[in-house]
Ligand binder design. Structure first.
Ligand code: URP
Ligand code: ZN
Ligand code: ZN
Length: 459
């Protein structure tokens, strides 16, 4: 099928050009002015932006966590993502204690048979041993090139420094990228136990027991371990100015140190966790939301490229029936927020309010995540030879975010009632229309696993 997307402004990380895009056999064939093509289908993009499909490198579909399962699976999650302009997700397979990485991966491949958009997989390593290190080599050669280790959640996910260091040395050798959840879980758990014992059990205490100084410390430590190992390292879901400062220091020294933040850390705050009654539970995630005066620092980090990527850390739990496991004890609230559908448009508000250029917006939500995670030259921009994952975006459309109208399988929105500009009007994957006129045209199982290049290759 030859499709011509005509008359729009094609925006990449570097340029904004009034041009047509010809899509053929699922790929971008040509980007050019007044293309004399003979298409079978034309999409009129006059007055619209023609953008690469979003790449969200941090989602949790169907993750068992905190006594519950994330309420989006690969079907509902990838569908909602696409409604929001995101056409590729990278999710996290989990190694069980006593299990192999391969077993964790197989479980996630099974879950992902339902995917409606393309996806990749990272692996969460819980236990590092000689066999696991060998497996990392094999997985990298199969396109699973990044591994997450936790400095938080003792007894659930946390690894000690020696384990993290061993995994980093292997990744450095084999072309892998290490992702780190950087919060110092030991002291944090001491505070959690103390607060619960003192009867300070409301949701806001989740934030107060996970201070930013313990995130800053963990980021610093992660980069010191990485420096010793010679390993490229990427901090996930960075939330605070203390953590950002530690990234900046490492980058200023020329280390391969990278980090993502998420919309919740740019727009929401500790005040949301302090909402009356139990409502603050809707905003419980780790690292926690910080006081609002961190927002400007994080926007500056995005502008100055100390933060390279915006992902979601999409980890949805229903308010009724899941978050309420923590009534009377904040430590039992499942950690995580829904936002896979909102990221693209929320970040576009950064363009609307003058924080970032439209090109930087594209870079943050599509190009940089694709390059960082080895999806280049398939995903992440609109250029000849790339997959035709394209969003025709109406920048002037005004709408109100609401759980009543979103497509995520979760009973609340953190952004309920927020008025935003911009709508992913047409969303295409490999040349097939997924969303048009608010209707879904995709299909369960149509998403493909995308093997990724080793770190630093392919772009
Ligand atoms: O609160 C969060 N972030 N939940 C998801 C798990 C993780 O640490 O990424
Ligand atoms: Zn994490
Ligand atoms: Zn996560």
């Amino acid at each position: 099928m030859r499709t011509l997307i005509s008359g729009g402004t094609v925006v990449t990380a570097t340029d904004s050009v009034r041009a047509d895009v010809l899509v053929e056999d699922g790929k971008v064939a040509v980007v050019g002015v007044n293309l004399a093509a003979e298409p079978e289908r034309t999409i009129d993009a006059t007055g619209k932006l023609v953008l690469p499909g979003g790449v969200d490198v941090h989602t949790h579909y169907d993750l068992p966590f905190g006594g519950s399962f994330c309420s989006d699976d690969f079907s509902t999650g990838t569908r909602a993502a696409a409604f929001g302009g995101t056409t590729t997700s990278i999710d996290f397979a989990v190694q069980d204690y006593g299990g192999t990485l391969r077993e964790g991966l197989d479980t996630w491949f099974e879950k992902a048979t339902k995917a409606q958009t393309d996806y990749g997989l990272h692996v969460i390593i819980r236990e590092v041993n000689d066999d696991v290190l060998k497996e990392m080599d094999t997985l990298i050669s199969e396109g699973v090139t990044s591994f997450k280790l936790f400095m938080a959640y003792p007894g659930v996910f946390m690894s000690d420094d020696a384990s993290i260091f061993r995994a980093m040395r292997k990744a450095a050798d084999a072309g892998g990228l290490i992702l780190v959840h950087a919060e110092n879980g030991g002291p944090i758990n001491v505070l959690v136990d103390q607060y619960v014992a003192e009867g300070k059990t409301d949701p806001v205490n989740h934030g107060l027991t996970r201070p930013a100084i313990m995130e800053g410390e963990a980021v610093s430590r992660a980069f010191k371990l990485a420096e010793l190992a010679g390993c490229p390292t990427y901090i996930v879901h960075l939330s605070s100015r203390e953590a950002l400062q530690a990234v900046r220091e490492a980058r200023d020294r020329g280390l391969p140190a990278y980090a993502e933040t998420c919309p919740q850390y740019l727009y929401l705050s500790q005040d949301d966790m302090a909402r009356p009654g139990f409502e603050g539970a809707k905003f419980v995630c780790s690292p926690p939301l910080r006081p609002a005066d961190h927002h400007e620092d994080l926007w500056a980090g995005l502008k100055g490229d100390d933060l390279q990527v915006v992902s979601t850390d999409h980890a949805p739990f229903n308010y009724k029936g899941q978050k309420d496991l923590g009534v009377g004890n904040f430590a039992k609230i499942p950690n995580g927020l829904p936002s896979v559908e909102d990221r693209f448009t929320l970040m576009y508000q950064g363009v609307v309010n003058g924080h970032i250029s439209v090109n930087r917006f594209v870079e943050l939500v599509a190009t940089a995540p694709a390059r960082m995670m080895g999806l280049y030259p398939r995903k992440g921009t609109v250029a000849t030879g790339f997959d035709a994952d394209i969003v025709v975006f109406d920048p002037n459309h005004e709408r109100t975010i609401s759980a009543e109208t979103h497509h995520m399988n979760v009973d609340y929105s953190c952004y309920e009632g927020w008025k935003v500009k911009g709508l992913p009007e047409v969303v295409m994957q490999r040349g097939e229309i997924l969303v048009q006129d608010g209707e879904w045209h995709g299909r369960e199982g149509a998403g493909q696993f995308i093997p990724r290049s080793p770190f630093g290759y392919g772009g």
